[in-house]
Structure formats: structure tokens, C-alpha cells
Ligand binder design. Structure first.
Ligand code: FAD
Length: 137
């Protein structure tokens, strides 16, 4: 079965509250595990950057649910590709909170040290997520 990876960026909606992140992680981990989907979610400065890996059908179904979620908006695909291996196979949904994202790391992968996932190239977005492997909770 072909393996696919999608990376997308989104923005918190007005209705988002502090407990929502725990609910999102719980649903993600439960649903993704059932569907053999792995990935990572980075949250900082009101933005999300998320990667999902798995079969094309499972990735597409998951992304469609995510698209209609009112807890975030401006959901924008950064990359969608057929890949030979998973980069985040250790996590049904690894999470990297704001506090783990340093200015040095952002400066390394972006044009400025401020996190704005909409300005990242597909290559930089994936490189940034991979560089955070050691800080996933
Ligand atoms: P449940 O887990 O049973 O829903 C739990 C609770 O979450 C509900 O009671 C409700 O309070 C709340 N909720 C559920 N859906 C919505 C909604 N659309 N709008 C507002 N509140 C809602 N899901 C995944 O399966 N995998 C992922 O990797 C994933 N990543 C996400 C990343 C982000 C940034 C966001 C915002 C959401 C993500 N989700 C993910 C959640 C997804 O959008 C759906 O909410 C979820 O898949 C629904 O799962 P469920 O049917 O099991 O609902």
C-alpha cells in the first residue's frame, strides 16, 4: 500500500480554549492509531503545523475531518507527497508545545525568528518538524 505524507498549516479560531488542545490530542491519538496514521503536531503563536503519514485513503479521510473542525481556520496544505518511509513512525500524534520551539531553531529554517508556518517552504516545514524529534511529548 502506498505511503503518503501531508503537511498543513492552520490558525487557531476565536472559539479555541486552552482545554481544546488536550481534546484534539486525545482524538488524534485514538483515531490515528486505529488507522495506522503517524504524525506530529506543532503549536505556537496561535498557529498549527501538522504532519500526517499513512495510506492515501486514511490520510485523506483524516484531513477532511480536520478541515471541517471549527477550532481552527485558514487550513492550508504545505505539501502532499508519496513517500518511501515515515519520519514520525514513533507517534500516532506526537506533540511539540510552544515552549519547545526556540528562536534559534526558527531562524535556522525560516526567513525570520517568528513562527509563521504559512511562509515556510515544503522542505523547510518538514525539516523543522524533523528537528523537533527529540522534544516530542
Ligand atoms: P471525538 O474525539 O469523539 O470528539 C471529541 C470532542 O471534540 C467532541 O465532544 C467535541 O467537543 C470536540 N470536537 C470534535 N470535533 C469537533 C469539531 N469539528 N469542532 C469543534 N469541536 C469538536 N483528528 C484526528 O483524528 N487525527 C488528527 O491527527 C487530528 N489532528 C487535528 C489537528 C488540529 C490542529 C485540529 C484542530 C483537529 C485535529 N483533529 C484530528 C480533530 C478532528 O478535527 C476531529 O475533531 C476528530 O477527528 C473527530 O474525532 P471523533 O469523531 O472521534 O470525535
Amino acid at each position: 500500500m502506498n505511503l503518503y505524507r501531508i503537511v498543513y498549516a492552520s490558525t487557531l479560531s476565536e472559539s479555541f480554549n486552552s482545554q481544546d488542545i488536550e481534546h484534539i490530542l486525545a482524538s488524534s491519538r485514538r483515531n490515528n492509531k486505529k488507522q495506522d496514521v503517524s504524525g506530529m503536531l506543532l503549536f505556537s503563536h496561535r498557529y498549527f503545523l501538522q504532519c500526517l503519514e499513512g495510506s492515501r485513503d486514511n490520510i485523506n479521510q483524516t484531513y477532511q475531518r480536520i478541515l471541517s473542525d471549527e477550532r481552527h481556520c485558514r487550513v492550508t496544505i504545505v505539501s502532499y507527497e508519496n513517500v518511501t518511509q515515515r519520519e514520525f513512525c514513533a507517534w500516532s500524534m506526537g506533540y511539540v508545545p510552544e515552549s519547545h520551539l526556540t528562536r534559534e531553531l526558527l531562524f535556522k529554517f525560516s526567513a525570520s525568528a517568528t513562527f509563521d508556518p504559512y511562509t515556510l517552504s515544503n522542505v523547510s516545514a518538514l525539516a523543522l518538524l524533523k528537528s523537533l524529534h527529540g522534544t516530542v511529548i
